[in-house]
Write a protein that binds this ligand. Structure first.
Ligand code: MLT
Length: 410
């Protein structure tokens, strides 16, 4: 008898974004003339930067020639990419991260879930609420939680509320936790963490022998020069943190897939008998056993992000989406909506008008304005009464979305 992993039965109906897609599909089928604008999932719309495309074309040509053809690459990523990442993303910001502490992968979503493979099942896990659902669902799948309650919270997880009342800066856990997921700039609220906030987390992790799983997929959207881009800008963070980064949102790789995870060599965890063990070899073992590397042309494209042309072009791309975010923010504020985020992040987090429930507002926006956003409650109990809009879209769609939004709300 083939038994199933019953932890999957604990998961709530569907992963948030497929559930939105299901509702939108049903609406579109019933209303074929409706011109729907999608500001739900944070998926990029603008083409890859020319420097990236050029590098990819060149790499494809290399694959066409016996002399330059490549089969399996190193699972951890080619040196040319790992070295460029270490130099530009870390060493240039004063973080002492070496190329062999970087593991190239096909996505931060996968990595934030897969990382649980190397941690014990009894770890106490803390997440912010609202939270990127992948952190929670992968913990459910791997049996680290109990069942969900009526508000959708799973037993065994520690939820740290991040709401307008605490300025989206959750207080540190009162109890001792072992693994802490942090995402800054934050998905879904678009808010940020100051150096002081991250210093407090690093100090907490040190005091409690905890490890921080730091998702920095949106760091390129930081405009405020005082804000840290990497947790390794905080002294001591190499002893307590793993960082996840992605080319998806800064360079448009959501469809081509390339990301990386940083596991410092000095980071240690503890065995059941209390012995300290390095995390790096565990992740190396996991990565090389279950993953065969990102394709050569894609890694060449990612490396082109770090060339002078690539840097200029990705900067332009990010500025384009940030201008979209500004238009959304200002357009919504004009009709009296309370808006958060969208300054150092591509997400706008808003209070639903008239105290509406998140899914109620989703349905109203879809049916009356043919606009799709993401209900805040889909990100956690504390997201109820909030709504997320993504700035990833064409300028024309953003302008049209603002006009439609204002019509529905005013
Ligand atoms: C989101 O909309 O939250 C993102 O698209 C999630 C992701 O990057 O996986």
């Amino acid at each position: 008898m083939a038994q199933i992993n019953e932890n999957y039965l604990k998961l709530k109906a569907g992963y948030l974004f497929p559930e939105i897609a299901r509702r939108v599909k049903a609406f579109a089928e019933a209303n074929p003339a409706a011109k729907i604008i999608r500001l739900g999932i944070g998926d990029v719309t603008e083409p890859l930067p020319p420097a990236v495309i050029q590098a990819m074309h060149k790499a494809v040509d290399e694959m066409a020639d016996r002399n330059t053809f490549k089969g399996y690459g190193p699972e951890q990523g080619y040196d040319f990419l790992r070295e460029a990442i270490a130099k530009h993303d870390f060493q240039a910001r004063g973080c002492d991260i070496a190329a062999d502490e970087i593991f190239v992968s096909d996505g931060s979503k996968c990595d934030t879930g897969n990382i649980l493979d190397i941690f014990g099942e009894k770890n106490k896990v803390a997440v912010l609420d609202p939270v990127y659902p992948v952190y929670v669902d992968t913990n459910v799948m791997s049996g680290r939680t109990g069942a969900a309650d009526d508000s959708g919270r799973y037993g065994g997880l520690v939820y740290l509320p991040a709401t307008a009342e605490n300025d989206f800066t959750p207080t540190l856990p009162k109890e001792k936790v072992d693994l802490i997921y942090l995402c800054y700039p934050n998905n879904p609220t678009g808010t940020v963490a100051t150096k002081e906030t991250l210093q407090q987390w690093v100090a907490y992790a040190k005091a409690n022998d905890a490890i921080i799983l730091f998702d920095a997929a949106y760091e390129a959207f930081i405009t405020d020069p005082s804000l840290p881009h990497s947790i390794y800008e905080i002294e001591g963070a190499k002893d307590v943190a793993i960082e996840f980064r992605s080319f998806s949102k800064n360079a448009g790789f959501t469809g081509t897939r390339c990301a990386f995870t940083v596991v410092p060599k000095q980071l240690k965890g503890t065995t059941a008998s209390g012995e300290k063990k390095e995390i790096h070899p565990l992740w190396n073992r996991r990565h090389t056993t279950k993953f065969n590397g990102v394709s050569y042309p894609i890694q060449k494209g990612a490396a082109a992000v770090y060339t002078p042309e690539g840097q200029a072009q990705t900067k332009e791309l990010i500025q384009f989406y940030l201008t979209n975010a500004k238009l959304l923010r200002e357009g919504l504020e004009k009709v009296g909506i309370s808006v958060y985020g969208g300054v150092n992040a591509p997400y706008i987090w808003l209070k639903t008008p008239k105290g509406m429930k998140s899914w109620e507002f989703f349905d109203e926006l879809l049916s009356k304005a043919h606009l799709v956003g993401t209900p805040g409650s889909g990100f956690g109990a504390c997201g109820e009464g909030y709504f997320r809009l993504s700035a990833f879209n064409s300028r024309a769609n953003i302008e049209e979305a603002v006009a439609r939004f204002q019509k529905v709300v005013s």
